[in-house]
Ligand binder design. Structure first.
Ligand SMILES: NC(=O)c1ccc[n+]([C@@H]2O[C@H](COP(=O)([O-])OP(=O)(O)OC[C@H]3O[C@@H](n4cnc5c(N)ncnc54)[C@H](OP(=O)(O)O)[C@@H]3O)[C@@H](O)[C@H]2O)c1
Length: 392
């Protein structure tokens, strides 16, 4: 049916390539391109379908446009880094191809992320008759779809939204991140922020915490309030929401190492002079930390990501929880990746499938909650991320 160009051969890119390859009716041809072509070849060798590979610097619009012109895909799936979102969108506009990503743009020089830069592409995508789907991972992504699904089927109005992300897995390393270390540490060390009655309220980084009892045998864990990008789009598209917060679990070990790394300046993102060479401490730290893609064989345990929603239905108060549980070892057995890459890569494939089959179609730039949640929810059950719902 369609040819896709996947950009980025990291942990998430590996899962997306496997999952697209598992669905040959939709993804008839797959090209995987990244900065280091060797990584693309390594992924292609795991799959018993032909996967074409290419070397590309996705920050270089003319070169990327030339690759797209040459390959002529119907869709570009961006699972490189958030720094490349705008250049990949530019190349898609230039070549007339649809676009999908899993994380919103952030400028390398500031640890801040926002949809504002990509929402500015609205008119250009609309005028070109193209679709850009933003944030088709798990969070953002599935959490937006969970919210839209709950709104449609279980609430007349949503008042409170709590998105809760738990990784109860253990990779056995003293310190490692489950996705790109630079992006992960920039996100976690930011100030917390949540939405309350029309305003954004700031907190210190990981200053607010509470206990939450997770299902699936995980049990009680401490969850920490953070800012996360789907809050921005959800309160824009569902203005009825009074309070929206995002929470994540961290092991004591992770927090202990992070505190030391921050205290000694290793998480700084401004370039410093080292023997006449400019280096960014956080980028140097990434070079010595374990590659998230290498954690798959060692990571045991589960992730549990979901949304707790409160609001009313037929005039009565309701509290509802919708979540997915994913097992690190099962993910590894299927696609040779741990569950954090898996829970991001599957929704990227499902979002691509929605677009390529015409199930989700529109002209312009879209966040996930703006589209019909039902077919996406059905596809999650079918493609490896079954979800559960309960009233609390
Ligand atoms: N929504 C969600 O739930 C969610 C969850 C986790 C992650 N994410 C997002 O998923 C994306 C991928 O994460 P990951 O863990 O797979 O990261 P990763 O393992 O670091 O992989 C990133 C890949 O992008 C490639 N790359 C970097 N700069 C490039 C450039 N200029 N041109 C071409 N390729 C380039 C890297 O190439 P090299 O191999 O040469 O370094 C690497 O292969 C990130 O944007 C992350 O924020 C989303």
């Amino acid at each position: 049916m369609a040819k896709v160009l996947i950009i980025g051969a990291g942990g998430v890119g590996q899962v997306v390539t496997h999952k697209c390859a598992q669905n040959p009716d939709v993804f008839t041809e797959i090209v995987l391109a990244s900065r280091t072509e060797d990584k693309c070849r390594r992924i292609a060798a795991q799959i018993d379908r032909p996967i074409k590979t290419a070397q590309i610097d996705a920050a270089n619009v003319p070169k990327l446009a030339a690759l797209i012109e040459h390959e002529k895909p119907q869709l570009v799936i961006n699972v490189a880094l958030p720094y490349q979102d705008l250049t990949i969108m530019d190349a898609c506009l230039e070549t007339g191809v649809d676009y999908l990503d899993t994380a919103n743009y952030e400028p390398p020089e500031h640890a801040t992320f926002s949809y504002s830069w990509q929402w500015e592409y609205q008119d250009r995508f609309r005028e070109r008759g193209l679709m850009a789907l933003l944030g088709s991972g798990f969070d953002p992504g599935v959490t937006n779809v969970f919210t839209a699904y709950a709104r449609r089927h279980h609430f007349d109005t949503i008042e409170e939204l709590d998105i809760i992300d738990c990784n109860a897995g253990d990779h056995g390393k003293p310190f490692a991140t489950n996705f790109n270390p630079e992006i992960n540490i920039r996100e976690v060390t930011q100030k917390g922020r949540y939405y309350d009655s029309g305003q954004w309220v700031e907190t210190g980084p990981l200053e607010v915490s509470k206990d939450f009892d997770f299902p699936g045998g995980i049990g009680p864990r401490k969850i920490y309030l953070m800012y996360h990008e789907e809050l921005e789009s959800l309160v824009k598209h569902m203005p009825e929401i009074c309070r929206a917060r995002f929470w994540m679990t961290f092991s004591d070990n992770y927090l202990k190492h992070l505190e030391v790394l921050q205290n000694v300046g290793m998480t700084r993102i401004d370039p410093i002079d080292y023997h006449g060479v400019k280096i960014v401490p956080l980028q140097f730290l990434q070079a010595v930390l374990p590659d998230p893609a290498s954690l798959g064989p060692h990571t045991k345990g589960k992730t549990c990501i979901g949304c707790v929603l409160q609001g009313t239905r037929d005039g009565r108060h309701r509290k509802y929880y919708v979540y997915n549980i994913c097992d690190h070892q099962q993910a590894y057995q299927e696609v040779k990746s741990q569950a954090v890459s898996y829970t991001t890569g599957v929704p990227a494939m499902v979002g691509a499938m929605m677009m390529l089959t015409g199930t989700w179609r529109g002209e312009g730039v879209f966040n996930m909650e703006q589209l019909d949640p039902d077919p996406f929810m059905e596809a999650l059950n079918k493609h490896g991320l079954p979800w559960h719902e309960t009233f609390l």
